[in-house]
Ligand binder design. Structure first.
Ligand code: C2E
Ligand code: MG
Ligand code: MG
Ligand code: MG
Length: 283
């Protein structure tokens, strides 16, 4: 009896495993095709400077126009790209595409807007990000100041010596560095001081309830203070309400990003927005 049950359990487990593996494999194959057929596209979300109400930058956010599936958000496929190492190739494409977009915008009446690009851990550690950035800047004749790289705490802390030299090389190109999702990883404050980082981005998790949960407000205030004391700028992600915006303004946050201003949009919609609302009226 016990043996029988055990065997059933085992059989069920393999069956489930096969299903998961098949789904994963299918996704992997589809992603390889997506790279070849260039099914990826960048959406952009504005970053607003609180002191002026100006749109000072855009975050490039990856989307996959998967045939038969519509527009797919990154959480559904970035983990697979990371596990398989394909993220290195896709990450290079993201840097190249963002730089091309910068050149397009620079050639119009839109004016100066920085673009920030998300960099995955494996891309930073295993890829040649510096070569990608150099190529992107020189191929499109743009200066490094126009580009910002968003790295997470975990990729920065993975190999700290190597990280510092890679970041220094990037800084020599004029590129800005920010730490994304700050507060959710485990940054060593001792290293934070040694990294040539320009900006901290407060994770959406702390902004969500900043008005209603005193502990979250305390964390937000602490991150703003930490950034400023280390001569860094600070950005709040995921601002959805006027109350959040007002709080961040009163507490000295430098920039905000979130659905309150705009969802991530295709480049053409961003152009329209920039023409019409280069200065956003903040309350
Ligand atoms: P992230 O870099 O922290 O980006 C912020 C995410 O929050 C984006 O989700 C954005 O659409 C979303 N968001 C912005 N404002 C609001 C808001 O007011 N409310 C809420 N609820 N969400 C908001 P998205 O575009 O789905 O991207 C998710 C994550 O995928 C990104 O988090 C980033 O870690 C990763 N990702 C996106 N594009 C790339 C890329 O090109 N390369 C790499 N390596 N990762 C990327
Ligand atoms: Mg980001
Ligand atoms: Mg983030
Ligand atoms: Mg995130």
């Amino acid at each position: 009896q016990a043996k029988h049950a055990g065997r059933d359990t085992y059989r069920f487990f393999t069956g489930q495993m096969n299903t998961d593996m098949r789904a994963r494999l299918k996704l992997e194959i589809a992603l390889r095709q997506a790279i070849e057929k260039e099914e990826f596209v960048l959406y952009y979300q504005p970053k607003v400077e609180l002191s002026s109400g100006r749109i000072v930058g855009m975050e490039a956010l990856l989307r996959w126009e998967r045939p038969g599936h519509g527009l797919v958000a990154p959480n559904a496929f970035i983990p697979t790209l990371e596990e398989t190492g394909m993220i290195v190739k896709v990450g290079s494409w993201v840097v190249a595409t963002a730089c091309k977009q910068l050149a397009v915008w620079a050639s119009t009446d839109i004016g100066q807007v920085q673009i920030s690009v998300n960099v995955a851990g494996r891309q930073f550690l295993e890829g040649d990000l510096e070569a990608d950035v150099r190529a992107g800047l020189s191929d499109n004749n743009i200066s490094g100041e126009m580009l910002e790289l968003e790295l997470t705490e975990s990729s920065l802390m993975a190999n700290t010596n190597c990280t510092i030299s890679k970041l220094r090389n990037m800084k020599q190109l004029g590129v800005q560095i920010s730490i994304d999702d700050f507060g959710t990883g485990y940054s060593s404050l001792a290293y934070l001081r040694r990294f040539p980082v320009d900006k901290l981005k407060i994770d959406i998790a702390f902004i969500r309830n900043v008005i209603s949960v005193p502990d979250d407000a305390a964390i937000v205030n602490a991150i703003i203070g930490l950034a400023h004391n280390l001569q860094m700028e600070v950005v709040a992600e995921g601002v959805e309400t006027v109350a959040q915006l007002d709080y961040l303004k009163r507490h000295g946050c430098d920039q905000v990003q979130g659905y309150y201003f705009s969802r991530p949009l295709p480049a053409t919609d961003i152009e329209t927005m920039l023409r019409e609302h280069k200065h956003l009226n903040l309350v």
